[in-house]
Design a protein around this ligand. Sequence first.
Ligand code: NAP
Length: 284
Amino acid sequence: MRKIAITGVTGMLGSTIATLLKEKFEIFGLTRDILAIEDYKAVYTKLSGINPDIIIHCAAYTNVESAETNPRDCYRANYLGTLNLANASKKTNSKLVYISSTGCYGSYSSDAYCEYDPVKPTTVYHKSKVAGESIVSNVCTDYLILRTGWLFGGNISHKKNFVYNRFLEAKGSDKIVSDPFQSGNPTSVDDVADQIKVLLDEDVNGLFNVVSEGVCTRYEYVKAIVDLCGLQTSVEKAATPFKRVAPVSYNEAAENFLLKNMGLSVMKPWKESLERYIINHIRQ
Ligand SMILES: NC(=O)c1ccc[n+]([C@@H]2O[C@H](COP(=O)([O-])OP(=O)(O)OC[C@H]3O[C@@H](n4cnc5c(N)ncnc54)[C@H](OP(=O)(O)O)[C@@H]3O)[C@@H](O)[C@H]2O)c1
């Protein structure tokens, strides 16, 4: 059985990948307590002990807002941490799968971005993710860089579970307000895990967008969550964009240009996957 080491295994995506890939692979889940990714020597020692075939690097400083005021903490995890993982992957001859974000494209187009579009990140967090991408493509020869969208799924106890948090917010109110100005792809972590399985089976390398099919605004996303949860709460459009510390792009939408043209996409429409998640985890 091939071995996979997963960083960030307590997170929304890492925990899902660990669960969905365990039938086919021997999984080594790396929590923050087991491995501080900023520690160069610890990363190499731990990974050479495991000697994995594949490393899936999901750990990241993911707080987009606080990264603006704590850029060094963000870069320490997302830049230095990724350099350590890339070096360990090279020295252990393992494939590195690096999870990045469609927010890296930036704010210069209102069309869904394809992989051949340049990245012009607007926030500290997205700049740090782009810096991580460069490290992976410069240090490793056997790698996947996967730019994903607005992730949903995982456990309801995950602090950043957007779907469950909107359910709780709507359940306690007659009316909630959402942002109709920002677009993206709500993206199922289950579907991302399935797509990773396909890419590992094919043993391809490169940089791919991996998003659930279809684009919507935050408002349309929240409205779909409220409707699919069977709540009567009214969802209203905010008159102006939400005020945020981080200057996030108004358009984080992307298209799976490469996956579709290579005949490798297993990504499903976002609403279909959202309904499945809500039925299985929230409405029950
Ligand atoms: N969520 C999204 O919408 C989204 C969109 C695009 C891309 N991504 C990318 O997808 C990946 C997974 O995101 P997610 O939503 O699953 O994130 P998440 O739920 O916030 O999980 C992040 C994971 O990283 C771990 N971690 C953070 N800093 C660490 C450090 N310094 N050392 C070791 N572990 C550390 C966390 O451990 P603790 O539990 O101990 O904090 C947690 O397990 C990340 O690379 C993220 O940048 C996410």
